[in-house]
Design a protein around this ligand. Sequence first.
Ligand SMILES: Nc1ncnc2c1ncn2[C@@H]1O[C@H](COP(=O)(O)OP(=O)(O)OP(=O)(O)O)[C@@H](O)[C@H]1O
Ligand SMILES: [Mg+2]
Length: 254
Amino acid sequence: MTTVLEARDVTMRFGDVVALDGLSLAVAQGEFVVVVGASGCGKSTLLNLFAGFEAPTRGEVLLHGARIADIEPRCGMVFQNYALFEWLTVAQNIGFGPRMRGRADPQRVADLLRLIGIEDFADHYPAQLSGGMKQRVALARTLANEPEVLLCDEPFAALDAMTRQVLQQELSRIVQHEKRTCVFITHSIDEALLLADRIVVMSARPGRVKQVLDNDLPRPRTADVQLSEYFLDRKRAIWESVQEEVLTSLVRAP
Ligand SMILES: Nc1ncnc2c1ncn2[C@@H]1O[C@H](COP(=O)(O)OP(=O)(O)OP(=O)(O)O)[C@@H](O)[C@H]1O
Ligand SMILES: [Mg+2]
């Protein structure tokens, strides 16, 4: 098992606020890790550190053993709010990163359009698309940069339940097809169980790893799997673990 991405005893402070306190987590090549935890426990902070947007106050964040602060960041992020370029078409959005690096690849753009099921929308502008379609474009745009690790910060949180379920299945398929390594944040335990190889429950702020669960539910994780006794038992156990932390964070909130 090769470790791609690792947080080693990471502490992150923002002034008086300790967002993360001695958090350690290693992500293996090809692994799909889902992080759940109470609001404000430091999930986005952890992802921002993995992306190299920020440096930790203490501890190390490593990509293939090299400190992310010392190298060109090579992880790609998908956000809840799409963050598309409104003045570019779908195809131009997807091709943007490689083009900026002087490595335009129209064939890869065409392949991604097809892989993500948006080939009929190549010449549309983001404003003409539904939320679900926008998130497909955002995902394709991130994949076009060939990230070492795909980082997803609640990408489906703003979508309706049905669109969300379709995109969960699609993401699972695409990540397996492209053999991607993925760290995904969600508030939905169902989503965590549908997507994850491993589920990380974080403690209330300051964030640490509270619990790590292997998720060996068989794939594809269809509606039947979601109704199985095994799924529901897992869901209950994770919910209890998260709920404890949610209550702690509510008591502590100002
Ligand atoms: N740039 C910043 N400056 C100051 N405080 C910050 C900054 N970023 C995060 N924080 C604080 O760090 C803590 C963790 O924030 P973070 O956004 O990582 O939580 P989260 O788990 O992603 O929450 P949510 O589930 O609501 O998205 C919060 O108390 C937040 O206010
Ligand atoms: Mg967040």
